[in-house]
Design a protein. Structure first.
Length: 353
C-alpha cells in the first residue's frame, strides 16, 4: 500500500500550497537578511555588549553610593571619576616603557645597518649568505612602495580613528546605561503584561545582582593575578614589573583564556633576562593557573555565581566565535542569565506538565 498524505494536507487546495510556499520563502529570506544585518553590525553590537557589561559591573557601586545618601547623578560622577583615574594610571604606567623601547629601537637601527655591512657579525653573515637587503629591495619595488606606504598610513590612521571612536562610544554608552539604569528597567517592564511585571522585575534584579557579583569576583581574581605578576617580576628582575602586572590583570578579565595569554606575554618578556628565568616564569604561570582554577576562583565565585565549568568553557567559545574578545568577556554573564531564566521559569513550567 502506498502511504497517503494526512487529510488536512491532502485536502489543501493549490492556492493554499502556493501561499504556504510563499510565506516559507519569505521567512527564509527575512532570516537570511537578519543574519546579514547582524553580521554587518558586528562591531556596533560588540561595543553595545561591552557597554552593557561594564554598566552592569559599575551599577552595584553606584547603588551602594546612592544607599549612603548620594544622588544618583553624583554617585555616577564619583564612579566615573574613579574609572578615569584608573585608566589614567594605566596609561601612565604603560606608555613610558613602550616609548622607551621604541626610542631604543630607533637608536639601534644605525648599528643594525652597520652590522649588516660587516661580514664578521652575525647579521653580516646572514646578509652575506641570504642577501636579505637585496630581497627586501626587490620586494618593495615589486609591491610599489609609494602606494603601499600610502595605503599603510591610511590604514593605520583609519584603525586608530576606529579604536578611538569605539572607545569613546563605549564609554558614553556605559555612563548612559549606569545613569539611567532605573529608568531603563522601568521602561522595559512596561513591555511586559501587567500580571507578569512583578515576576519579571524580580528575575531581572536577580540576574543583574548575580552578573554584578560575577564581574566583581572576576576583577578580584584578575587583580590577584596582576599583583602576583608584579611581585614575581620584581623578584626575578624582569623589566617593567608594574606594566606587566597591569597587562596580566586586564587579560585576566577575559575568562578561561585571559590569564594564560597574560602569562605568555610575561614569559616572552622574561626571555630578555635569560632563558632560565623564562622557563621559571612559564612554570610559575602553569602553577598559578592551576591555583586560580582550583583554589582562588572557586572561593571567590562561591558567593557570586554557580555555573558548571563545562558550561563556562562552551559559553566562552561561543561568545568568542560570535563577537571575539568582547563575546568571550560577556559570555559567562550571559550564561548566568540563561541559567537563572531556565531555573526560575522554564524548569518549573516543565515540572507542571
Amino acid at each position: 500500500m502506498t502511504p497517503t498524505a494526512p487529510a488536512s494536507l491532502a485536502a489543501m487546495p493549490a492556492a493554499s500550497w502556493f501561499t504556504f510556499a510563499f510565506w516559507l520563502a519569505a521567512g527564509a529570506i527575512t532570516a537570511y537578511a537578519l543574519v546579514r544585518v547582524v553580521s554587518g553590525l558586528g562591531s556596533l553590537l560588540s561595543i553595545l555588549l561591552l557597554a552593557v557589561f561594564f554598566a552592569t559591573a559599575l551599577d552595584p557601586m553606584v547603588t551602594g553610593l546612592v544607599n549612603r545618601g548620594l544622588r544618583r547623578s553624583m554617585a555616577v560622577t564619583v564612579v566615573a571619576l574613579a574609572v578615569v583615574a584608573v585608566i589614567a594610571g594605566f596609561v601612565a604606567v604603560i606608555v613610558p616603557p613602550v616609548d622607551h623601547e621604541a626610542n631604543l629601537l630607533i637608536d639601534a637601527i644605525p648599528g643594525y645597518l652597520d652590522d649588516l655591512r660587516n661580514k664578521s657579525t652575525y647579521l653580516g653573515s646572514l646578509e652575506n649568505k641570504y642577501h636579505l637587503v637585496e630581497k627586501a629591495k626587490s620586494w618593495i619595488e615589486a609591491n610599489k612602495a609609494g602606494t603601499m606606504d600610502l595605503n599603510g598610513i591610511l590604514g593605520a590612521g583609519k584603525a586608530v580613528f576606529s579604536i578611538l571612536t569605539g572607545t569613546l562610544t563605549a564609554i558614553a554608552l556605559t555612563l548612559y546605561f549606569v545613569a539611567n539604569m532605573p529608568g531603563i528597567k522601568r521602561f522595559s517592564y512596561h513591555l511586559v503584561p501587567v500580571r507578569r511585571r512583578p515576576r519579571v522585575a524580580e528575575l531581572t534584579d536577580k540576574i543583574l545582582a548575580q552578573v554584578g557579583r560575577y564581574v566583581i569576583g572576576q576583577m578580584i581574581i584578575a587583580s590577584i593575578g596582576g599583583l602576583c605578576t608584579w611581585v614575581w617580576a620584581l623578584a626575578w628582575g624582569i623589566p617593567y614589573p608594574a606594566a606587566l602586572g597591569i597587562v596580566v590583570a586586564i587579560c585576566g578579565l577575559v575568562p578561561v583564556i585571559g590569564s594564560s595569554i597574560g602569562g605568555a606575554i610575561v614569559t616572552l618578556v622574561a626571555l630578555t633576562v635569560s632563558v632560565k628565568v623564562s622557563i621559571a616564569t612559564l612554570v610559575y604561570y602553569v602553577a598559578a593557573r592551576l591555583a586560580e582554577d582550583y583554589l582562588v576562583a572557586p572561593r571567590v565565585n562561591r558567593r557570586t555565581v554557580d555555573v558548571h565549568p563545562m558550561v563556562t568553557i562552551l559559553a566562552v567559545l561561543i561568545g568568542g566565535a560570535l563577537f571575539g574578545v568582547v563575546g568571550a568577556l560577556v559570555a559567562i554573564p550571559a550564561a548566568v542569565a540563561i541559567k537563572l531564566v531556565a531555573t526560575e521559569v522554564l524548569l518549573p513550567r516543565i515540572d507542571e506538565l
